[in-house]
Design a binder for this molecule. Structure first.
Ligand SMILES: NC(=O)C1=CN([C@@H]2O[C@H](COP(=O)(O)OP(=O)(O)OC[C@H]3O[C@@H](n4cnc5c(N)ncnc54)[C@H](OP(=O)(O)O)[C@@H]3O)[C@@H](O)[C@H]2O)C=CC1
Ligand SMILES: O=C(O)[C@@H]1CCC=N1
Length: 277
């Protein structure tokens, strides 16, 4: 398929957080609205997607996949088995299944869909909504380089797209998939620390948010590493170094390691539970 053609893409769960993000990224990258169909369960939320992006909509996933070149399965892992059963009869044999779901291996899809189906797993994140995502893609057993190229093309408007082997997806999920939630938790913790030291809530939240936004922009634009930028804030004998030392002593790195371990353990358990049916 040439770069100048636009494969027909069915986004199942197209009114959800990630489904809408994928549609927005495609539309932003010039994908024609009439080459995208968003399928969901609620007519009202689909109407909002149609209004914003001009795409076709359907409340019937079985019908939506008819004639699709790519099927994006953007539903919660717990809803995936039922969705695959629903679309299996009408899924075109040569369609690419591009799935953002956490926890479920490509083999899950391969075992429930027709033999030889091409599956690519993606791990997106919510900043992709603004084209500032960090997204990985990984091939399943039957996905070719052409399928990976097509997946990258679909997601390129959503931000940085990297290719990793499937066994690294849980690691990606910890850093960039869940990472935005960690960032917001840090914003909340910083604001709480300000409130504990006399700032009112509104001021503390505004300062914490703008500080994280500004620090992120500086990281992006300066070309310096986090360690270099950290050193520029940390005067010798000053307050920041005292704070960082206390945070380290309280287990800062351990906090993130514990979070990563918990997320990876949860992905394993959830994946095993859902594969058993
Ligand atoms: N949110 C995130 O930050 C990230 C999410 N992911 C993955 O992305 C996937 C989607 O997550 P997210 O967008 O957050 O979830 P949402 O709940 O926002 O969206 C899921 C959508 O799927 C719809 N849906 C469920 N079953 C069907 C069906 N049979 N046919 C059509 N639509 C259906 C739901 O409709 P209804 O609301 O009517 O039930 C809902 O709109 C998940 O698998 C998740 O693991 C991956 C990385 C990051
Ligand atoms: O919490 C979840 O399951 C998904 C995966 C990464 C971010 N959200």
């Amino acid at each position: 398929m040439s770069e100048t053609t636009f494969p027909r893409v069915a986004v199942l769960g197209g009114a959800g957080t990630i489904g809408t993000t994928v549609i927005g990224a495609m539309r932003g990258a010039g994908w024609p609205a009439d080459r995208i169909v968003a399928a969901g369960r609620s007519g009202d939320s689909l109407d909002a997607v149609a209004e914003q992006y001009g795409v076709e909509t359907s409340t019937d996933a079985t019908a939506a996949v008819l004639g699709a070149d790519v099927v994006v399965t953007s539903v919660k892992p717990q809803d995936m088995r039922a969705l695959l059963a629903q679309i299996a009869p009408t899924l075109p044999a040569d369609a690419l299944v591009l799935t953002p779901a956490a926890a479920l291996p490509a083999s899950f899809y391969e075992s429930l869909l027709a033999d030889g189906v091409a599956v690519v797993r993606a791990m997106p994140n919510t900043p992709a909504r603004l084209g500032k995502g960090a997204i990985s893609i990984s091939p399943g057993t039957h996905a070719t380089d052409a399928h990976m190229d097509l997946s990258e093309r679909i997601l390129s408007g959503a931000g940085l797209v990297v290719r990793v082997p499937e066994e690294q997806i849980d690691g990606v999920s910890v850093v960039s998939g869940s990472g935005p939630a960690f960032f917001y938790a840090v914003a909340e913790a910083m604001a709480a620390a300000g409130m504990a030291n006399g700032l009112d809530k509104e001021l503390a939240e505004a300062l914490a948010a703008q500080t994280l936004i500004g620090a992120g922009a500086l990281l992006e634009e300066s070309g310096e590493t986090p360690a270099e930028l950290r050193a520029k804030v940390s005067s010798k004998g000053g307050t920041t170094l005292a704070a960082l030392a206390a945070m380290e002593a309280a287990g800062l790195q351990g906090v993130f390691s514990a979070g990563a371990n918990a997320a990876i353990a949860r992905a394993k358990v959830l994946g095993e539970e859902l594969q058993q049916g």
